[in-house]
Ligand binder design. Sequence first.
Ligand code: F6P
Length: 361
Amino acid sequence: MTKRIGVLTSGGDCAGLNAALRAITYHAKHAYGWDIIGIKNGTTGLIVRPMEHLELTPELCQTTMLRTGGTILGSTNKADPFNFPCNDGRRTDRSDDLIQGYHDLKLDALIGIGGDGSMKILLDLAIKGNLNLVTIPKTIDNDLGHTELAIGYSTALDVATEALDRLQPTAASHQRVMVLEVMGRDAGHIALGAGIAGGADIILIPEIPYTLADISAKIKDINAQGRTFALVIVAESVRKENGELATVACEINGRPRYGGIGHYLGEQIGKVTGAETRVTVLGHVQRGGQPNALDRVIASSFGVRAVDLIAEGKFNRMVAWQHRQVVDIPIISAIEHYQAVAKDDVLVQTAKGLGIYIGTL
Ligand code: F6P
């Protein structure tokens, strides 16, 4: 029997979302003859009236979609249906409207593509409304549990690595210490991976404390060996030496927006070493742009498996990448097992083995 499957992208966008939408559409149509309804702007498209949605067809999802950044459906990280923003600034519970929207659209199941925040909200909605939910992990932060990769992380890693590739020659030309601040929220995966790939001398991640005295010693050591420049990469949620978080004033859903640790470190490193420092805050270029090959591959694999899970009647499951296989796990366990960088992570050991300063272990 023909099914109608809703799909939405929720939370911060990243590279590879369109590749996942394309895979879902192709597989649902070609293998099962199902219709795919794209919900616009995260869960918001099911809450507002008239609802905002469009049919995703194989024709619409032709090859260019595989290559494009962003999400053709739009997304939001500020519209929790249980705490939805009203025009007058208040917030209200609109979860019943969303559940009604799912039924009004005659959906048989919903595929949600999101990070940890979205997974939690979608699961709560599915439980409350008895919705048939399957999820796909996406986040440049790569912090969801039980999946080695989430869509978007690999491309963000490439972008951060390329930034170091570009900073190195200018650092060398001007004999400077270059500080690169990257995203990642509370996990240091981007900083750690890009720091190794891009030849950083110092990698600072929120999971491992550091001291300015150690940083100074490392830079002096580099200078003593005859090199007059250095590269530092820092994750956005690394704290100042006094434990304070560097944040920008605006808050999302009560959560602080990180930013500023790069400038703090640049200033401190200048003071303690006497080096000339410059700071680059990479920001949203890590999220936009073309997905790399790996993100296209995992997005396609996740999309296909998510559709098959619906065919098998397996719900409240998240697809995950483990040992080059797509598996499925309970959504709740991906949320509950937050994946920060472990102190004994192979990349931490690699960084140490390369002589990179990665904090006080
Ligand atoms: O979770 C993805 C992410 O890009 C984080 O790395 C970053 O802290 C945050 O989203 C930025 O959010 P916004 O797009 O609201 O500035």
